[in-house]
Write a protein that binds this ligand. Structure first.
Ligand SMILES: C[S@@+](CC[C@H](N)C(=O)[O-])C[C@H]1O[C@@H](n2cnc3c(N)ncnc32)[C@H](O)[C@@H]1O
Length: 226
């Protein structure tokens, strides 16, 4: 019975969000719908993200443009954050954006890890991005992450095992840091990190942007307030 009620509720939410979509423009964010079950209407999702998940400065994206706006807002609202760490460089599109944020906001230059060597974007050297080709869980990587995070950081889990990255690295970060998990609901979800969330009393940041129209960034953000 509970399952049926939940299904009906979920359908109702999706129907409401479709109705609002018709009358929504980019300025009317107050209409955004929260999907409490973090479940996505995939047809709707595909339609709204396809165009925004292509290339940035000619570099293949592993994320959507919308995430740039959300990250920019988070850094603007959390000026105590003094550096950014990215696990999973991929082709480097998000790294370039994060590197720009670090440069312009006068943070520590971006620290990014990947096990694969990529065709390094030219902006990496201009932005002093530290690209480390190494397993993020290796002893040296953990040491590097510890050293870098002697200040509050934005830590982005976007490597090969996001659940392990979140559950391991969240404990190493100082108070005020924000830990983000990409591919939210696809490769990482609440159940898998709930112990860490509870133990560290992590607080959700910008929840309305994670899995709902119009952002669909598929990235969750959690703040260490203690
Ligand atoms: C989804 S891609 C990253 C996408 C990139 N952040 C973006 O948004 O454009 C995941 C990357 O994680 C890397 N990776 C997988 N396991 C890793 C590990 N243990 N340490 C560091 N990087 C890893 C993979 O080689 C792959 O390039």
């Amino acid at each position: 019975m509970r399952r049926i009620l939940l299904k009906i509720l979920e359908k109702a939410i999706l129907l409401i969000s479709k109705d609002l979509e018709v009358s929504e423009n980019s300025e009317t964010c107050f209409m955004k719908i929260l999907n409490p079950m973090d479940r996505i209407d995939y047809q709707h999702f595909e339609k709204h993200t396809k165009r925004w998940h292509t290339k940035f400065l000619g570099i293949k994206q592993g994320h959507t443009y919308w995430v740039y706006k959300v990250i920019d807002d988070i850094l603007g609202e959390n000026r105590h954050i003094k550096g950014i760490i990215e696990i999973g460089t991929g082709f480097g599109a998000l790294s370039v954006f994060l590197g720009l944020e670090c440069y312009e906001r006068n943070l520590k230059p971006l620290l990014t890890f990947d096990t694969e060597k990529i065709n390094i974007p030219r902006l990496f050297s201009l932005l002093n991005i530290e690209f480390i080709i190494q397993d993020c869980f290796s002893e040296e990587s953990v040491k590097k992450i510890r050293e870098y995070s002697n200040v509050p950081v934005l830590f982005i889990c976007d490597g090969g095992n996001k659940i392990k990255e979140f559950n391991q690295f969240a404990y190493l970060l100082p108070k005020g840091s924000i830990i983000a998990a990409h591919d939210w609901t696809h490769e990482i979800y609440y159940e898998a990190i709930k112990d860490t969330i509870k133990k560290l009393e992590l607080e959700q940041v910008k929840k309305e942007t994670w899995c709902a129209f119009p952002d669909y960034i598929l990235m969750s953000f959690w703040k260490k307030t203690k």
